[in-house]
Design a binder for this molecule. Structure first.
Ligand SMILES: [Zn+2]
Length: 240
């Protein structure tokens, strides 16, 4: 998360400052979806061997299978829907228009409540998709996964990623609770399964690893070995 406004390029706004009607991602070239779907059709045509997980992933790319936007709906089962201000993200149609291949891990530098509050502030200029509470691992979803959150400070990375905020401070590792690690790992495993994202440090990255990022979160005390092993375990139990 940011204490300063993350200015994002590529956001199309009308004169009144509202986002344009957006079934499409910002700055998206024409025909990209057709190209993607064509490739998917070709893949499916000759791929009787695709395992279930792959089929589940590709299914979302087929025409007519867009998810709707039912009020209150969430992508992560059990998450509480606490919507961010629409000024802090771009409506999109991922993974149709932009492929999702990364998870960006953040630490709020503040409380769970503060994160939700600033995400709802249209002046804040930034919001991630999820906020995980330290005390009990409770998950709030603030942006749908198909939409592009402004959380990475880099529009290319915003488009291809899902952002998870964790309550706490980079220099207070004692605040990174077991419950938060466990719950966040379950969340990340679900995201990886939905989009076919490999569970590794190339694809599950720190905010401070995003090119051009001027943030330090989640910081040196975030236990990556532990987190990745929890995500792997959660992934294995999803398969089992
Ligand atoms: Zn961050």
């Amino acid at each position: 998360m940011s204490r300063t406004t993350e200015s994002q390029s590529g956001s199309s706004r009308r004169a009144d400052g509202r986002h344009q009607q957006r079934r499409r991602g910002p700055g998206r070239g024409p025909g990209r979806r057709a190209v993607v779907l064509g490739a998917v059709a070709a893949t499916l045509g000759g791929a009787g061997y695709l395992v279930h997980e792959d089929l589940e992933r590709w299914w979302w790319r087929m025409p007519g299978n867009q998810r709707d936007r039912k009020p209150g709906a969430v992508d992560h089962p059990g998450a509480e829907w606490v919507p961010a201000s629409e000024e802090n993200y771009n409506l999109a149609d991922r993974p149709y228009d932009w492929e999702i291949d990364k998870i960006v891990v953040h630490v709020v530098q503040g409380s769970y409540a503060v994160a939700l509050k600033v995400f709802q502030d249209p002046e804040h200029g930034a919001a991630a998709h999820y906020v995980v509470r330290a005390e009990d691992g409770h998950v709030a979803q603030t942006i749908r996964e198909l939409d592009v959150g402004h959380h990475a400070g880099n529009m290319e990375y915003n488009r291809r990623s899902i952002g998870i905020e964790h309550e706490g401070f980079v220099d207070r590792p004692e605040g990174f609770t077991d419950a938060m690690y466990e719950s966040s790992a379950q969340l990340a495993a679900g995201i990886c399964a939905r989009y076919g994202i490999p569970v590794d440090r190339e694809h599950i990255i720190a905010h401070h690893e995003v090119p051009g990022a001027d943030h330090t979160d989640p910081g040196p005390h975030w236990d990556w070995d532990r987190y990745l092993s929890l995500v792997r375990r959660a992934t294995a139990s999803r398969r089992g």
